[in-house]
Design a protein around this ligand. Structure first.
Ligand code: NAD
Length: 498
């Protein structure tokens, strides 16, 4: 253990060993053992990063738009060139298969590409002669030093939802990535430097609650963008807004797929398997519940089971479909839900506990699991399991299915599978969920729309990236201006009206 490499902070454009007091283990989940250590920041480490970001702010904020755009373009090119290198880092620490790791980088890249055109989003408005000789116009300015706190499940994509947007409009950034897979953040930091980003504009502090709390509380940090589980999202939102800060806190999910009897069952079965078991179900937009409107359930289950039989579980660097779970503790927790399902009277149709994975026997393996007739009062339905467990709930009507989805505490993503355009249109209108797919199981919006759920899946009213992302990371200033001309004169204590 003593000889394991240490993942250090990145402060002021270079690696920083920090105060060095505490470390966390970074596992390779496919090997089931720690392969690195990560520095866990103390308050003084966060303060140092914030000081670096604050010092870098004036010059970065005032750098010309053209030069900031050039850096974004250079970063985009580097990221695209280094996809495989970054994907390997993600696979080593997260466990997801290489193609999936490359896929998450591609989605992050979309936001980098969007951010090269940031002037379109921060252009102000101008009204001439609002009053005689008076013009009114608006500016959108950077907030200052901003904090980003990200989860383990997308170590590149989720930080990239925010970093390019925040940076391009002139903010300086502190990223606190998940301590479970911290190296992708450092790789991104190095690429940004190589792209020409001045030192101190982007910083990474690794750590846990100590770092998160300090980042929220620090008087020089203007905003917090948080992504993680719902209880922590709520905590971060309340702590940050209690201090008067701008906070967007993305929480957990339980995403339902409503299947109508007229759906194409092969398409639906493919989608259920892809969206239920991709990344071992550790996706905030994974489908975790299929709501089958009868009489569709038996035929659909048969097709899902056929597909599960062909799935290869194993080391993400091999040619497998699904990797291990992030930690042993998490694997055991997910596994405990399969036991609970049996106790609660559900039917375990495919049991992933007996999987023979193509990898080290110590890896944190759990195979795809399909559970039918899950009662709505069971934890298997109610909790976010965040693993390769797909629940089937059978209903008699569309209305019954809709009611279940709308009663759930989460509202991140949902999908309807049907060949009836009218039914799909009714669903998109009536469902209380932030992102909706029609015959698309994981409806993550493209970069120029915005990502975010409803209810306990998002605290705050501003989504990530797209127009809402630029809105979050800027403040509007309205200017009322008059340049004196010879006709001006006189005193008027009222508001000007003409
Ligand atoms: P998590 O809540 O455990 O951790 C998220 C971040 O919070 C990490 O950086 C972590 O270090 C920090 N943290 C953990 N405990 C903390 C505490 N007590 N106080 C302050 N900070 C703390 O989440 P996770 O397990 O890393 O990620 C999985 C969760 O993230 C799932 O619930 C998933 O649905 C959610 N998620 C949501 C979205 C979305 O867009 N809604 C996207 C990705 C992941």
């Amino acid at each position: 253990m003593a000889n394991l490499p240490v993942v250090e902070h990145w402060i002021g454009g270079k690696f920083d060993s920090g105060s060095g007091g505490r470390f966390g283990d970074v596992f390779n989940p496919a090997l089931g053992r720690a392969v690195k250590k990560v520095s866990l920041a103390e308050v003084s480490d966060v303060d140092k990063a914030v000081a670096a970001a604050k010092a870098a702010l004036p010059a970065w904020r005032d750098l010309s738009v053209a030069r900031r755009q050039k850096i974004m373009f250079a970063f985009r090119d580097l990221l695209e060139r280094k996809v495989l290198e970054l994907a390997a880092i993600i696979t080593e620490e997260h466990g997801k298969v290489l193609s999936d790791a490359a896929g998450e980088i591609a989605r992050g890249l979309e936001v980098v590409e969007l951010s090269t055109s940031f002037p379109n989003y921060i252009k102000g408005e101008y009204v001439e002669n609002a009053s005689t000789g008076v013009d009114v116009y608006s500016l959108h300015q950077a907030l200052g030093v901003v904090g980003i706190i990200s989860p383990f499940n997308f170590p590149a994509m989720v930080p990239l939802w925010f970093i390019p947007v925040a940076l391009s409009v002139g903010n300086t950034v502190i990223l606190k990535p998940s301590e479970k897979d911290p190296s992708a953040a450092n790789f991104i930091a190095e690429l940004l430097k190589e792209a020409g980003l001045p030192d101190g504009v982007f910083n990474v502090v690794h750590g846990d609650k100590v770092a998160v709390d300090r980042l929220i509380d620090h008087e020089d940090v203007e905003s917090i963008s948080f992504v993680g589980s719902t209880p922590i999202a709520k905590y971060v939102y309340e702590r940050g807004t209690g201090l008067g800060k701008r906070v967007q806190a993305f929480g957990g999910a339980k995403n339902h797929m409503l299947v109508l009897p007229d759906a194409d069952l092969d398409l639906t079965a493919d989608a259920s398997v892809n969206a239920g078991f991709g990344s071992a179900g550790e996706r905030c937009m994974a489908i975790s519940v299929v709501v089958a409107v009868e009489p569709v359930a038996d035929a659909l289950i048969e097709k899902i089971v056929e597909r599960l039989e062909g799935l290869k579980v194993g080391d993400g660097t091999k040619n497998c479909d699904m990797g291990p779970l992030i930690t042993e503790v998490h694997r055991d927790k997910v596994s405990s839900y399969i036991e609970l399902a049996e106790k609660d009277g559900a039917k375990v149709v495919v049991d992933g506990r007996s999987i023979k994975a193509d990898g080290d026997p110590n890896g944190f393996w759990l195979g795809p699991t399909l559970i039918d007739e899950v009662p709505l009062n069971s934890g298997v339905y109610k909790d976010e399991i965040f693993g390769p467990v797909l629940a089937i709930v059978r209903v008699k009507t569309y209305e019954e299915g809709l009611k279940i989805i709308n009663s759930n505490q989460y509202g991140n993503g949902t999908a309807i599978f049907t060949n009836d355009g009218g039914a799909a249109r009714k669903f998109q209108n009536e469902v209380t969920v932030g992102m909706v797919g029609v015959n698309v199981p994981i409806p993550v919006p493209v970069g120029y729309f915005s990502f975010g759920g409803w209810k306990a899946s998002l605290f705050g009213d501003t989504k990530a990236y797209g127009a809402q992302g630029f809105h979050f990371f800027t403040r509007e200033k309205a200017i009322t201006s008059r340049w004196l001309d010879p006709s001006h004169g006189g005193i008027n204590l009222g508001f000007p009206q003409n």
